[in-house]
Design a protein around this ligand. Structure first.
Ligand code: PLP
Length: 457
């Protein structure tokens, strides 16, 4: 009987993974997890410094979450949210509404972040139809933002390598504008004058304001490396959207459920969106769940109009088991005051990464907030030299940087989209000792990278 690695090569098709990497001997089969650590099938321990994929927020091996799933399966394994409710979806929606910002009180459940974004697109459209604004269908999104892979969500995604193969299939109704990279609020300037702000208004005006349905942005953008917005940015997005009757959606698939030390990243950056999309951490990834939160007035407007319903749905949206896990997950996050731990330790993480930057000339920048950081890489900070194209290609994707990461046994994410970066996003239960371990392992990666770059000279 071939081992799992061999059977994976033969039968399992990986997501976003080059065939060459999958066929190589380095294919890692992750077998079990406990807290902030996972072990592969050969018994090697790794620090899960990406929380799976920005999602195992409470860490691995939580028997309270598995017990909640088993209990719900015994009681009612499935019923749909099409015309019916069940206690776990009601409880999960109520708990989310209780912690959501502003007047956001209505929750529509789906199974993933991409579906959450699709739902935001469609609810925005239904809302405008309900108001008789039939032309409103366009969306303003930001360069390098990742909003998912289904064709609607992919149209919003601003990462060329993900979009290009599918361009003929993508709706040409999305305008991408600059993100907040390199757009700081310098003393003496007002947020409304910033290029990353004026670009949003200019795009709405250029498209024709009465054709624009929605602006979508993450509070802290993942694509291009943990982009923390300048002070006042979200207040300006609110002002612009209000001025043109456009809905504002905060895509919080990563940012919510504690990643930035709060239930929602909107709290952290002072955003007042009309809709929030979420997924990932809502169940700490113990079961697939995503969703859309909207204001009561928005949903009621659709219901009370000739449109009459939110014309969208899926079999498993609001699945009883996933929503039961979400309830257990949120209960634990609240009772264990997990976000206070993030806020208390984020200085240790961010400060430690900045110290690594001082120690390693191959680090260009460290950005982030909460437990969500990017380390951007370059050839040599001293001389200002960036990586050459050939160096970049040897490092990423699937190159030597991945080897250095694997060998340091730290599952950070080598990211090649727009720059060479390491994305770091540990489980929220990572305490000071785990953060120190993470920093030690990242130090090793940077050491290896620096040595490799020096050897090329
Ligand atoms: C901001 C954002 N939106 C949407 C998605 C898509 O989520 P999913 O992979 O669950 O479809 C992601 C995934 O990482 C994301 O980061």
């Amino acid at each position: 009987m071939p081992d799992d690695r061999e059977r994976a090569r033969r039968h399992l098709v990986p997501h976003f993974t080059r065939g060459g990497a999958w066929r190589s001997d380095h294919l890692v089969v992750i077998d079990r997890g406990e807290g902030c650590y996972v072990w592969d099938a050969d018994g090697n321990e790794y620090l899960d410094a990406l929380a799976g994929l920005f999602c195992t927020n409470l860490g691995h091996g939580r028997s309270d979450l598995t017990a909640a799933a088993a209990k719900q399966m015994d009681k009612l394994a499935f019923y749909s949210n099409w015309g019916f409710a069940h206690p776990s979806s009601v409880e999960a929606a109520s708990m989310i509404a209780a912690v959501a910002p502003g007047d956001l009180s209505r929750v529509f459940f789906v199974n993933s972040g991409s579906e959450a974004v699709e739902s935001a697109l469609k609810l925005a459209r239904c809302y405008h139809l309900a108001n008789g604004d039939e032309q409103r269908h366009k969306v303003i999104a930001r360069n390098w933002a990742y909003h998912g892979t289904s064709l609607g969500a992919l149209a919003l995604t601003g990462i060329p390598s993900l979009r290009d193969p599918f361009l003929p299939m993508l709706a040409d109704t999305v305008r991408h504008v600059p993100n907040t990279l390199g757009c700081p609020l310098e003393p003496g300037r007002e947020a409304r004058e910033l290029e990353c702000v004026t670009a949003v208004e200019e795009a709405i005006v250029a498209e024709g304001p009465d054709t624009v349905a929605m602006v979508i942005a993450e509070p802290v953008q993942n694509g291009r490396g943990a982009l923390v917005p300048p002070e006042g940015y979200w207040r300006e997005l609110r002002r612009i959207c209000d001025a043109y009757g456009v809905l504002l959606c905060a895509d919080e698939v990563i940012n919510s459920f504690g990643r930035l030390g709060h239930w929602f990243g909107s709290e952290r950056v002072g955003a007042q969106p009309d809709m929030i999309t979420f997924a990932k951490g809502v169940t700490s990834a113990y079961a697939p769940l995503g969703g859309l939160i909207a204001g009561g007035a928005l949903v009621e407007r659709v219901w009370d109009s000739p449109v009459a319903m939110f014309n969208h749905g899926s079999t498993f949206g609001g699945h009883p088991v996933s929503t039961a896990v979400a309830v257990a997950n949120m209960t634990a996050m609240r009772d264990e005051d997990v976000f206070a731990g993030v806020r208390g330790n984020e200085g240790r993480l961010g400060g430690g990464l900045r110290e690594l930057m001082s120690a390693h000339g191959c680090v260009k920048d460290v950005r982030g907030a909460g437990y969500f950081y990017a380390v951007e890489l370059m050839r040599d900070r001293g001389s200002g030299a960036d990586l050459t194209e050939a160096e970049f290609a040897s490092l990423l994707p699937g190159g030597v940087l991945e080897r250095f990461v694997r060998e340091a046994r730290v599952l950070v994410r080598p990211d090649s989209r727009g720059a060479a970066m390491l994305m770091i996003s540990p489980p929220l239960v990572a305490d000071a000792a785990v953060i120190d371990d993470l920093l030690r392992r990242v130090d090793q990666v940077l050491d290896r990278l620096g040595g490799w770059l020096r050897a090329l000279k």
